[in-house]
Design a protein around this ligand. Structure first.
Ligand SMILES: *Cc1c(COP(=O)(O)O)cnc(C)c1O
Length: 423
């Protein structure tokens, strides 16, 4: 019995996958070249900071004189080309990292501007777009938003008009998240940052870098971002980091973030590593390769479903700006079947069937497929989507390209079994 058959994938699905794969060789080669470049970037940063076995020692309590923690922060700063970095397991998730960066650098009377549309859902309460205790709004920080023009272009005139005396910080999200726009390439973010700084030279430009790390050769700091923020259970953790977030950027701004995370006066000097550093170092080392695998999975999924006539965002030929792939499946049954296939391909909890549930903060039921080593990790193979037209599934991750491929073909098998797709 062949290995695909063992996993319940028919000859027809396997062969369909191979025929699609044949068309993607050039794209895969380009992804590998980017990974090689970024591997070099990480390696150079680790060499420069003289990472040694002593950096892997656990610290407890206050965590004073934590060589490993300080060195890891130098490595991140160097790899991202920034003056400083805050990289901590005490940062609970991406939203936490973003909330720290915003809360630390916006004072009462200041205004936050999102010049490229609504930010990620979880930031709505952080900012106070949806009322919440301890939101920026409660602390007297106002908020303004400029929406994108049709075609996802920046509305430069409206942005110029929105930047005023109070505008202190501009937040730009690299990945589309759950929005319907395309994700922004770093080059496009570059133009937006340059424009905002031409309007107001001292405005702080922050980029939500979630899902974008190591997808391109450039990162937001290379094009003038003052703060770049992300989660360690996405790309830069390489699948090994069990928790954490990072904030890279200008030293004075990162220092304020450290004061906000711990306490004024304590800042970066405190925070035990609890023995987690080996996985943070090794995960960062593997991150360019892991991200490349996830990217190949995204491109493959796009090509497979495009060939079957589904609308896919982005399409299979577009350059990639993050690891997310959306497929509009068109029906509730198709969305559930897709997610069942991804779940069946998981190394953990492969035997469960994902069922829709009413997730807090969402109007519609949501279905999620994930069987991850790290809870909620979305650099691991995962898929989710709200049960409403056009029944789009958001697919991401895969610690290895091979795993992503098995997952995609197992999702296709479920769609075939349900009679939704005919090959
Ligand atoms: C994942 C993500 C976040 C943060 O989400 P957490 O679940 O809190 O880690 C923020 N912005 C974007 C674009 C994201 O993809």
């Amino acid at each position: 019995m062949g290995i695909y058959e063992t996993l319940g994938v028919s000859r027809a699905v396997e062969q369909f996958g191979e025929s699609v794969l044949d068309t993607l060789r050039a794209q895969f080669a380009a992804i590998d070249e980017t990974a090689e470049y970024n591997q070099g970037k990480v390696l150079a940063a680790m060499r420069k900071s003289r990472v040694s076995a002593a950096c892997f020692a656990a610290t407890t309590g206050y965590g004073y004189d934590d060589l490993g923690r300080e060195t890891l922060e130098k490595v991140y700063a160097d790899a991202f080309g920034t003056e400083a970095a805050l990289v901590r397991p005490q940062i609970a998730c991406g939203t936490h990292a973003l909330a720290i960066a915003l809360g630390a650098n916006l004072l009462p009377g200041d205004e936050l501007l999102c010049p490229a549309g609504k930010p990620y859902d979880t930031l709505e309460e952080v900012i106070g777009i949806r009322p919440s205790a301890c939101s920026l709004r409660e602390y007297g920080v106002s908020y303004r938003q400029v929406d994108l023009l049709p075609g996802d272009e920046f509305d430069y005139d409206a942005i110029r008009a929105a930047i005023g005396e109070k505008t202190k910080l501009i937040a730009i999200q690299r990945s589309k998240g759950y929005a319907t726009r395309l994700s922004f390439p770093v080059e496009k973010i570059s133009r937006l940052i340059a424009f905002c700084k031409s309007c107001k030279p001292d405005v702080i430009c922050m980029v939500d870098n979630c899902y974008g790390e190591f997808v391109e050769r450039q990162e937001p700091p290379d094009v003038g971002a003052d703060l770049t923020v992300g989660s360690l259970i996405k790309n830069p953790g390489g699948g090994l980091a069990p928790v954490g977030g990072y904030i890279c950027g200008r030293r004075d701004l990162v220092e304020r973030c450290a004061y906000r995370l711990s306490a004024p006066g304590l800042g970066q000097e405190i925070g035990a590593n609890l023995g987690l550093l080996p996985s943070l170092y090794q995960g960062f080392f593997l991150a360019p390769t892991v991200t490349a695998g996830a990217l190949k999975g995204a491109v493959f999924a796009a090509a497979v479903y495009e060939k079957l006539g589904f609308r896919v965002i982005p399409d299979s030929a577009s350059p990639r700006c993050d690891i997310i792939q959306a497929v509009e499946l068109g029906s509730r049954e198709a969305l559930l079947a897709f997610c069942a296939g991804i779940q069946a391909a998981a190394p953990v909890d492969s035997y469960v069937t994902p069922v829709p549930w009413a997730m807090p903060g969402y109007d519609d039921e949501v279905v999620m497929a994930a069987g991850a080593f790290v809870q909620g990790s979305s650099i691991e193979l995962s898929a989710d989507g709200p049960l409403r037209p056009p029944y789009a599934v958001y697919f991401q991750g895969g610690l290895t390209w091979y795993h992503a491929k098995y997952g995609i073909l197992m999702s296709l098998q479920k769609l075939c079994d349900a009679g939704i797709v005919k090959l």
